[in-house]
Write a new protein. Sequence first.
Length: 312
Amino acid sequence: MSERQADYRPQATVRSILAVPATRRKMVEKALASDADGVFLDLEDAVAPDSKAGAREDVVHAFEELDWRGRPTLYRVNDLDTPFFYRDLIEVVERAGERLDAVLIPKVERPEDLYTVSTLLKGLELAAGLETGKIRIEAQIESAEGLTNIDAIAQASDRLEALHFGPGDFAASLRMPQTSIGTMDEWDAAYPGHRVGYVMQRIVVASRAAGLRALDGPVADYRDEKGLRKSCLLARSLGFDGKWCIHPAQIETVNEVFSPTEKEMEWAKKVVAAYEEANAAGSGAISIDGQMVDAASIKMARNTLEIARSSE
């Protein structure tokens, strides 16, 4: 077990992460005033090619001038295979590195991708007089190659904090027909299971093995609350810590689903209390409401309580 794996704790403070175009100042201000646990400024999909260079300035101003209300400052660069990536990193870190907490890297396909990012960040930190390793990395898995290499990617850098699932680009990578990103569509009826359930589980497993957080991707139709809730429940059932939002209207549902219910809390408190009582009495056998409780149940109960505490 790695040191990072041993130190892993659920971080429910990132139940919801709201994506917002870096170029839309009013949207950024609204996002930061919302109840989202996390916010990231996007330089990739949400910004047109002709506006990408200027959008870096918007990121710097947002970090320097706006109140992030205790949230980590985070922005998404363009992927490494574009002509925008290196300037996205250099210009923002050189000007706002002291205020920057993390960079989200899209379309990560090889561990070498994160090595490249980490090496460039180290040079920028040294040049700016910042602590080496200060700026963290979060990575998106969005392709067949990325999933194939996910275990190596998850272990590629000590800077890495989280893995994110990109369902739209992943479907495109597999040439998988899809009409609605993040929710079930007519194509799902042709398959007896969930078409990306395996992909999502692999992301969670790799994340947990490396001591990372795992974030599910967005539901594109922000008006579909029912579809969003179903998507959240699936992701949480697989072990994801939280989910992307692309509109403030999605935040409440995401925060609700990724928070322990009253029933879960009651059960967790019962389990922990019974364990402590049995331990004090020197007994190894625990039974609650007719069910035997083992060591795995204790771990799950403590995880639930930890999630609830960090959500407060």
